[in-house]
Ligand binder design. Structure first.
Ligand SMILES: *[C@@H]1O[C@H](CO)[C@@H](O)[C@H](O)[C@H]1NC(C)=O
Ligand SMILES: [Zn+2]
Length: 367
């Protein structure tokens, strides 16, 4: 299967950076001069692509240092200062005055997703092109099952991804529950390398799962060693809030945020955290948009529970003022769920990110 292999290869690449950095004497090929024994001396079986990135500041998770990076067959084999160019077949990239860092991994995308009668505008080509331009070299999208059928969903997403231009992996959404879905989750983990499943506590009438389904899903994830993810908003209360807005005649983009306030995100986050604790399985809360949700995560983490809170850029930097723009086309661009909150939440989320309450995806990868 192409997808899990790609994920593994990327992890190897990142791991190789760490290994090579902590063992500068690591064996490598002719580009490093001596030691490796010339062409064919290492990396056997690969396509022989060799790249040397020279003169930059290499930035890793643990530190930044002046170092060259030598890559063979897509794997970083050496990171250290002044690696000599010992071979004409090495492509040398001059990075003087630049930072050299691993590509970003975006763990949450929805390319070409069909939802609510429309389709997200970026597909697996345009989305990838935009990501690569910004330094993101891998992403994980969410397979949406077809009428609850996971296999059919995966087939559909593999088809969408045929035009991909970079590495990708898949999470899978679970949108209904029966024995077939439970069996298919196992197939996804064991045969397709999909090991994270997302449950929507919102979107009543379409994607939403109720507590009994969520509980069974959490248990199944636990038994498979898979990671459970939740979109945490109280879908029943959101439906109620939407009706309130309609009754009040508030049908513009501002009504979106008013119909689903932070308290509903806090409630669902807290409920999911407690159910995960009851089942004793780790939980990944996607797109944390409010202080209410973030504080529930902070509390659970203080108590030693394995909970990951995912920040998103829009929640970190924007506030809801754009939703009030009188121009519909402008205001509607700021509609997302959970909604972008009023000013203040964003600053609190930034602080939570810098202190580790919310975290980058690299943290959960270890599980
Ligand atoms: C799910 O979809 C797959 C692939 O399209 C199909 O083979 C299978 O029969 C479907 N399962 C059910 C229960 O309909
Ligand atoms: Zn999402």
């Amino acid at each position: 299967m192409a997808t899990p292999c790609r994920i593994r290869r990327l992890l190897v690449l990142l791991a190789a950076v760490a290994v090579a950095a902590s063992h500068p004497a690591h064996e490598f090929c002719a580009a490093a001069g001596g030691g490796g024994g010339g062409a064919g001396g290492c990396g056997g079986g690969g396509d022989g692509t060799r790249i040397l990135i020279k003169g930059g500041t290499m930035v890793n998770a643990h530190r930044a240092e002046e170092a060259d990076v030598y890559i063979e067959d897509g794997v970083v084999v050496a990171v250290r200062p002044n690696i000599p160019v010992g071979d004409d077949n090495v492509k040398v990239i001059d990075a003087t005055g630049k930072y050299v860092m691993p590509g970003g991994i975006d763990p949450h995308t929805h390319l070409e997703m069909e939802f609510m009668g429309t389709v997200t505008i970026d597909d697996f080509y345009s989305g990838h092109a935009a990501a690569l331009a910004g330094g993101t070299t891998m992403h994980i999208d969410f397979v949406i099952p077809v009428n609850g059928n996971l296999t059919a969903g995966l087939e559909s997403y593999k088809h969408k991804a045929e035009k991909s231009a970079m590495d990708y992996g898949f999470h899978m959404a679970i949108t209904k529950w029966n024995d077939e879905v439970s069996r298919e989750m196992e197939v996804m983990v064991k045969e397709h390398g999909i090991n994270s499943f997302k449950f929507f506590m919102a979107y009543k009438g379409s994607l939403m799962v109720t507590d009994d389904l969520l509980l069974q899903g959490l248990q199944k994830c636990k038994s498979l060693g898979a990671l459970a993810m939740v979109h945490a908003e109280n879908g029943d209360a959101v439906a109620e809030g939407q009706q309130r807005m309609i009754d009040l005649g508030i049908t513009g983009p501002e009504g979106h945020a008013l119909s689903r306030p932070p308290v509903l995100e806090g409630e669902a986050t807290s409920r999911a955290i407690r159910l995960a604790k009851f089942v004793n399985t780790p939980l990944y809360v996607v797109h944390v948009m409010s202080t209410d949700a973030m504080e529930e995560i902070a509390k659970a983490k203080r108590e030693g529970q394995r909970v990951i809170g995912e920040p998103v850029v829009s929640g970190l930097v924007l506030d809801d003022s754009w939703l009030w723009d009188p121009d519909f086309a402008t205001a509607s661009k700021y509609v997302m769920s959970p909604p972008i909150r009023e000013a203040g939440h964003n600053k609190a989320l930034q602080a939570a990110l810098s202190s580790g309450i919310l975290q980058e995806d690299s943290q959960w990868r270890k599980w």
